[in-house]
Design a protein around this ligand. Structure first.
Ligand SMILES: C[S@@+](CC[C@H](N)C(=O)[O-])C[C@H]1O[C@@H](n2cnc3c(N)ncnc32)[C@H](O)[C@@H]1O
Length: 300
């Protein structure tokens, strides 16, 4: 990432410049995780504001995604939204999901989760909001145990991670127990104009190829009718895990240390693992679980 001070980045954002392009290293064809974090954290609140200006498009899209999800999520499932942003999509689809499920959501950006939790407190189905667990993490290092989540969901979140498709898909498959429903743009089905836009923005390509290489089975792929931007058409990728976990236990979903993989104990204002010798703080009850958030702590 190019080194620019935060005031210069903020000023460029206020002038309407594209922040990922501004911060990307010269000649790089992909966005680093740090570039994605800055670009999205700066724009926190814009999705909620946009939606409040025109609720009808949001409701239509949430309805379409919600109905697809409803046919894949069952009562008692665990459900994880990866790259949940301002929780707008998750809030919208929550009304279509079965009762008695447990939802988790994470994003790189804390500012977006802050804005999202304020929005979700009004917009998400009440039972699901009350038990929602939100945390900050990166999709290429998810602080959860193998096979802990029944259904993994993304909506335009793998999108800016061109060049990291394989490690991200491997990681999401690792934590998923049954299936993944990925709502992401399809480079291969896009128009020429759309493809050059996706290249310029560092958006993902060849998802079917990477899904198979990551060990998943692409059982269905179809376009969504309700598309916000014709140059960025959403496709639903239904991915099943080849080796589905045979465990039928309702085990607890505990966090694990992103550095040592040791299980973390929740101590209220932080999470800690004695074995891993690191603590992870919380902001507004959002656990910060990226490796960069780790604080060395051998003893409590
Ligand atoms: C286009 S927004 C979509 C947000 C949300 N899924 C929705 O439907 O409104 C993409 C989000 O993915 C997050 N994101 C992108 N790459 C990520 C990564 N590697 N790990 C975690 N979050 C990521 C960004 O921070 C951003 O909030």
């Amino acid at each position: 990432m190019k080194t620019l001070n935060l005031d210069a980045i903020r000023a460029a954002y206020d002038r309407g410049e594209n922040i990922t392009e501004l911060l990307r290293d010269k000649d790089a064809s992909y966005n680093s995780i740090e570039v994605i974090e800055v670009a999205y954290d700066l724009q926190a609140g814009t999705y909620v504001n946009g939606l409040l200006k025109d609720k009808s498009v949001f409701e239509k899209r949430a309805g379409e995604i919600g109905e697809i999800l409803a046919s894949h999520v069952s009562s008692l499932d665990t459900f994880l939204d990866c790259g949940a942003g301002e929780l707008t999509t998750l809030s919208g689809v929550s009304h279509y999901l079965p009762v008695n499920i447990k939802m988790f959501a994470f994003d790189l950006s804390i500012s977006r989760l802050n804005a999202g939790l304020r929005f979700a407190s009004r917009a998400m189905r009440y039972d699901l909001f009350n038990s929602l667990v939100s945390f900050s993490a990166s999709m290429d290092n998810v602080p959860l145990h193998d096979n802990s989540i029944d259904v993994v969901f993304t909506n335009h979140a793998i999108e800016p991670n061109y060049g990291r498709e394989l490690p991200i898909l491997k990681e999401l498959l690792r934590v998923s127990r049954k299936k993944m429903l990925l709502f992401e743009p399809s480079f291969e089905d896009n128009s020429e104009e759309g493809q050059s836009r996706m290249k310029k923005l560092g958006y993902v390509r060849n998802l079917p190829k990477w899904i198979e290489m990551a060990g998943g089975e692409l059982v269905d792929k179809f376009p969504l009718n309700c598309v916000a931007n014709k140059l960025n058409p959403t496709y639903c990728y239904v991915v099943e895990k080849k080796d589905v976990s045979s465990s039928f236990e309702l085990s607890e979903v505990n966090f694990r240390c992103p550095l040592s993989n040791a299980e973390l104990k929740d101590r209220g204002s932080y999470l800690w693992s004695k074995e891993g010798a690191h603590a992870y703080p919380k902001i507004n009850n959002i656990s910060l679980l990226r490796s960069k958030d780790a604080i060395l702590m051998f003893h409590e």
